[in-house]
Design a protein around this ligand. Structure first.
Ligand code: OXD
Ligand code: MN
Length: 594
């Protein structure tokens, strides 16, 4: 497959350690894929679904102790502990290699090791980064073939160099106590053991495209961000692009695939999806910031996805998709999950493989879920009806606005604009979400999640903030930066803003601000819309007064917020950029004066 010495040495080194019975080099061909699917069906690793209703779709169940990313077992292994920073778990690289090697040693005996060459970003583009993942899971191979560009062309592109991320995945025995997801940014290496769940094992995604790439971007002058990318085509045919960073489970996939309300579609507006989870950003020759989505598929949360909440996502899953930990409808061998429709299957298997029926309760009388709340679909991006025609553009798309957002019941208004790039970096750095009643534990606990990168930044977050500030100095035509909050609640705890497609109304204001087409009002936290500038035409139950309420900035709440920010910032010590300290001072003084 290749003569590249570095690739051959890498494969040999781990073959010697893990001792697989066989090594299979993945060539990206249809024939090989077909054979792998047949093998995985024969062993029960995957199941075929109804080929008429869900052509080419497969089903997989993970181990019950292995259903989500494990942040507490995820490490950044830099030589100096300080370089991983206060927001990451750290392990000494030598200690980590030795520990993981000793756990994984010999674990592929009786198994096959697959060698998966993949690219994040279009092969050959200036954005692209290459990786080679070794894995003993056909499920991983099949998922990587959807989520990334798997191709032996990557060996040609390497041209004899070691310019690839070494990714090692060994299932071992899916032992939670010995599960480790380790990143070695200084060695361009990822090492994941004892898991078979997506985010821990599809190493191109969170591990490479965010943790390792954020470090590479820092060193090389670009950015890897936990952001969706969408395009808004205006009635005159012009398309403007926006990136948005939101913590996990805040609706990024829904926003990326938004269908505008009638009042916009009737005028000719259209929204295009470029990406739903990750953006890589680089300065373009024209001084604008350009973004690509380095992925090639969606690894989306199934529950709650339905024809109303996200028809584009649902449509994306109707063919050649892998479903993980959803329920099986035994009547027709299709899939179901909570929130798909109001017709749960009368006879089903739940995500654990147990018989399930509607209304089922456990021994404590609690409802039994058919699908795991974090059950997923892995869908090819080309299936998405709203996919942007620019998705494959190797140059990326020019970004007009960056949006940050979180889940705040009271603090943040529906939308506000940062005064400038520096202030925008501050706004991103103070991003936070509150725990909701739906989650176990206390309600309203604030979790700071700067730029939605808390679990994904591969180096010291203070240096990361500085990198953002430095990028601002390099980009001549900087995107404007905004913060949105779809989750403000009324006195009964109900969401006030309808969200989903109606978020287009907020995007509309944002675009108008980018084009200097509308005024704004100064406030202690940044620029706010004039309430009448948020289009509420055709929106039932929302009046100008509702919008006024949604845009309110309560001084006392924000004084509390400033205290929380100060405490959070204290973690970063001398590595917190002085510009951000200054922004916090400005916020406090604005609140005093207001
Ligand atoms: C994801 C996440 O799976 O952010 O995208 O957790
Ligand atoms: Mn994500």
């Amino acid at each position: 497959m290749t003569n590249n010495k570095y690739v051959l040495d890498f494969v040999q080194k781990y073959a010697d350690l893990l001792t697989p019975d066989k090594i299979v080099w993945i060539d990206g061909s249809k024939q090989q894929k077909k054979e792998l699917i047949e093998q995985a069906i024969a062993t029960g690793e995957v199941m075929k679904l109804n080929n008429k209703l869900l052509p080419g779709c497969l089903y997989h169940r993970t181990a019950q102790n292995d259903v989500a990313r494990v942040e507490d077992r995820t490490y950044i292994c830099t030589r100096s502990k300080d370089d991983a920073g206060p927001t990451n778990n750290w392990m000494d690289p030598q200690e980590a290699y030795t520990k993981l090697d000793s756990i994984a040693k010999g674990s592929m005996k009786g198994r096959t090791m697959y060698v998966i060459p993949f690219s994040m970003g279009k092969v050959g583009s200036r954005f692209a980064k290459y990786g080679i993942e070794l894995s003993d899971s056909i499920y991983v191979v099949l998922n990587m073939m959807i989520m990334t560009r798997v191709s032996p062309k990557i060996y040609d592109k390497l041209g004899g160099t070691d310019n690839f991320v070494k990714c090692i995945h060994a299932k071992v025995n899916i032992d939670l106590e010995n599960r480790y997801i380790c990143h070695f940014p200084e060695d361009n290496t990822i090492y994941s053991i004892n898991s078979g769940y997506g985010g821990n094992v599809l190493l191109g995604k969170k591990c490479l495209a965010l943790r390792i790439a954020s470090y590479q971007g820092w060193k090389e002058g670009w950015m890897a961000e936990h952001m969706l990318i969408l395009g808004i085509q205006k009635p005159n045919g012009e398309t403007k692009y926006v990136c948005g960073a939101f913590p996990s489970a805040c609706g990024k996939t829904n926003l990326a695939m938004l269908i505008p309300p009638e009042t916009y579609t009737s005028k000719g507006y259209k929204v295009f999806t470029v990406g739903d989870d990750i953006a890589w950003l680089r300065k373009g020759r024209d001084g604008m910031l350009y973004a690509i989505n380095p992925e090639n598929g969606f690894f989306g949360v199934a529950p709650g996805t339905n024809v109303k909440s996200n028809p584009n996502a649902l449509e994306s899953t109707r063919k050649n998709t892998i479903f993980t930990n959803v329920a099986i409808n035994l009547k027709n061998n299709t899939v179901w999950w909570e929130g798909l429709d109001k017709n749960p299957p009368q006879k089903a298997l739940d995500w654990k493989g147990n018989p399930w029926h509607p209304g089922m309760v456990d021994a404590d009388g609690k409802p039994v879920k058919a699908a795991h709340p974090n059950s997923r679909f892995t869908a090819p991006i080309q299936n998405c009806p709203s996919l942007s025609p620019e998705f494959e553009n190797p140059k990326g798309v020019p970004i007009s606005a960056i949006i940050f957002g979180g889940r705040r019941a009271k603090t943040a208004p529906l939308v506000y604009e940062a005064r400038d790039w520096k202030h925008g970096v501050f706004v991103g750095s103070i991003m936070a979400s509150e725990t909701t009643a739906a989650a176990a534990g206390q309600v309203g606990v604030v979790r700071r999640d700067p730029m939605a990168m808390l679990p994904f930044c591969g180096y010291h977050m203070g240096d990361y903030f500085q990198h953002w500030l430095n990028m601002g100095k390099k980009i001549k035509n900087k995107p404007k930066i905004f913060n949105v909050n779809w989750f403000r609640t009324d006195e009964n705890g109900n969401f006030i803003w309808p969200g989903f497609g109606d978020n287009m109304r907020v995007l509309d204001w944002i675009l108008q601000r980018c084009e200097d087409a509308v005024d704004a009002v100064e406030s202690p936290i940044g620029y706010l819309p004039k309430p009448e500038d948020i289009n509420i035409e055709g929106l039932e139950g929302i009046t100008l007064d509702t919008i006024k309420g949604l845009l309110e900035v309560d001084k006392d709440t924000w004084k509390q917020e400033a205290k929380g920010i100060e405490e959070f910032y204290a973690k970063f010590g001398y590595r917190l950029p002085k510009e951000l300290r200054k922004e916090l001072k400005t916020l406090k003084s604005n609140l005093r004066k207001a």
